[in-house]
Design a protein around this ligand. Structure first.
Ligand SMILES: CC(C)(COP(=O)(O)OP(=O)(O)OC[C@H]1O[C@@H](n2cnc3c(N)ncnc32)[C@H](O)[C@@H]1OP(=O)(O)O)[C@@H](O)C(=O)NCCC(=O)NCCS
Length: 211
């Protein structure tokens, strides 16, 4: 446990631009605490003590704001930066040297049991608030942008952003406006306004004929 705490603390020092000391990382990084609590919960879960495992996980959530199901499999040097609001589901798998920011969900899309949560390969980075959903593979060193909703696999080294998450820099015809309406697609608000304007014009004409 101490060896793992030191290993994660050193990797936090390398990756966090705030360059915390190893002592700061061990004492003040809730994401590090969450991983250590998870080791205990996971061991209990694997030994068949499911109730105690859930209790440890719940207590850790209370302390850190990070909810990791005890069944989740987590590799070495996971850095959960800031931590608050992270949810990691039961069948999620996380490789080594993964970086997850606050508000991330590694969630499922089905109520059926079995593998239903994502797998993050080594070195993947998941931006703040991103929702990664379903039993998809996020490849080695792939990046999911902040606030993206990712429901498709992401190949090694590829960056995706937006909802649904796609590589940035798409062709202009595929780009959306700031309000999420693709150029050329029907715009229900504009259609309603056009109908109202037509009705006002007809009423004006009716009034002018009577006057
Ligand atoms: C996705 C990300 C990794 C891309 O970084 P990058 O490779 O340096 O990419 P760039 O900043 O050059 O942006 C490339 C394009 O993607 C767009 N983009 C970047 N991040 C985006 C995001 N989260 N959502 C939507 N679009 C995004 C940029 O506007 C740019 O678009 P353009 O080509 O039309 O100008 C990064 O922007 C990101 O979201 N990182 C997460 C960081 C985070 O969560 N920090 C929290 C710290 S507390």
């Amino acid at each position: 446990m101490i060896r793992e705490a030191l290993e994660i603390a050193r990797s936090i020092r390398m990756r966090d631009p705030a360059r915390p000391t190893v002592a700061e990382s061990i004492l003040c990084y809730a994401g590090l605490h969450a991983v250590l609590w998870h080791r205990l919960a996971h061991r209990l879960w694997q030994s068949g003590f499911r109730g105690p495992a859930r209790c440890v996980s719940h207590f850790a959530r209370f302390l850190t704001g990070v909810e990791i199901h005890p069944g989740a499999r987590i590799g070495r040097r996971l850095f959960i930066d800031h931590g608050m609001g992270v949810v990691i589901g039961e069948t999620a798998e996380i490789g080594d040297d993964v970086l997850i920011y606050h508000g991330v969900t590694l969630g499922g899309l089905t109520t059926k049991p079995g593998k239903r949560h994502p797998t993050l390969a080594d070195g993947a980075i998941i931006g703040a608030g991103a929702q990664v959903l379903g039993p998809i593979l996020i490849g080695r060193n792939a990046r999911v942008g902040a606030n993206a909703v990712c429901v498709d696999p992401v190949p090694d080294g590829v960056t995706v952003v937006g909802i649904p998450a796609r590589p940035p820099g798409r062709a202009p015809e595929q780009q959306t406006t700031g309000y999420g309406i693709a150029p050329g697609a029907p715009d229900p608000v504009a259609e309603q306004i056009a109908a109202l304007r037509a009705e006002i014009a007809a009423l004006r004409q009716h009034i002018s004929l009577r006057a």
